[in-house]
Design a protein around this ligand. Structure first.
Ligand code: 13P
Length: 250
């Protein structure tokens, strides 16, 4: 059985006060989250410790949106994986398309970040996905295979077994345009097969999340697909009601 995860990537949204009230709404209804689902909230760095204080007696986990490629030192403005672990983060998103696109994060940097995360005991949620022009040119499988080959496929099997993968087609992020459940399933199965070519049966255990305009109205259909093990949710995770509804879609 693969772990089912519904993770809320808040991106650069909410003040501390707004973030804490969102978490309070989630914990008030924690009993509605299906037992088979691990809910994860992924607030901005500034909120992590305070959010942890609210979450610590509940079964909602904490994640961060990024970590540094280095362990520590003179890297002004960066946050190390070890620091995230010290405020009780269990997950860290690595390689989100917004980091790749706006901050020039490429595969070699992402490999360093994965190494740092694993070294600190964090579970990397590693994102892959094609741009609109790549999908339209029919190159999406090649693009995704390349993103996986340059990173995840270089890991040893023990490290690989700790990874969570997220497929986030760039054209579906924040656009209201969701991949159809068939399109998403097709890519998820392809990712799993690519992983299996190197890691064999371990690939059947890998949690692969879908992200990109996932919302209460489409979550059930997406999550019903064989190779979709949950969601990485942006906009809809900022409304407790919607985020809970997505978790309940399993
Ligand atoms: P949206 O759900 O807002 O499309 O964002 C998806 C995403 O990027 C999650 O990491």
């Amino acid at each position: 059985m693969r772990t089912k995860i519904v993770a809320g990537n808040w991106k650069m949204n909410t003040t501390l006060e707004q973030g804490l009230s969102l978490v309070k709404e989630l914990i008030a209804k924690e009993n509605e989250i299906p037992a088979c689902v691990q809910m994860v909230v992924v607030p901005p760095f500034t909120h992590l410790y305070s959010v942890y204080q609210l979450l610590k007696d509940y079964r909602i986990a904490l994640g961060a949106q990024n970590c540094a490629a280095q362990a520590k030192g003179a890297y002004t403005g960066e946050v190390a994986a070890e620091m995230l672990a010290s405020v009780w983060c269990q997950y860290v998103i690595i390689g989100h398309s917004e980091r790749r696109e706006y901050y020039g994060e490429d595969s070699p940097i992402l490999c360093q970040k994965i190494t740092q995360a694993l070294h600190s005991g964090l579970i990397p949620v590693f994102c892959v996905g094609e741009r609109l022009e790549e999908r339209e040119a029919g190159n999406h499988f090649e693009v995704i295979a390349q993103q996986v080959k340059e990173t995840v496929l270089l890991l040893n099997p023990v490290d690989f077994s700790k990874m969570v993968i997220a497929y986030e087609p760039v054209w579906a992020i924040g656009t209201g345009k969701t991949a159809s459940s068939a399109q998403a399933q097709e890519v998820h199965a392809f990712i799993r097969q690519t992983l299996a070519e190197v890691f064999g049966a371990l690939a059947a255990q890998t949690t692969i999340l879908y992200g990109g305009s996932c919302k209460p109205s489409n979550a059930a259909e997406l999550f019903a697909q064989d190779d979709i093990d949950g969601g990485l949710i942006g906009g809809a995770s900022l409304q407790a009601e919607d985020f809970l509804a997505i978790a309940k879609a399993f």
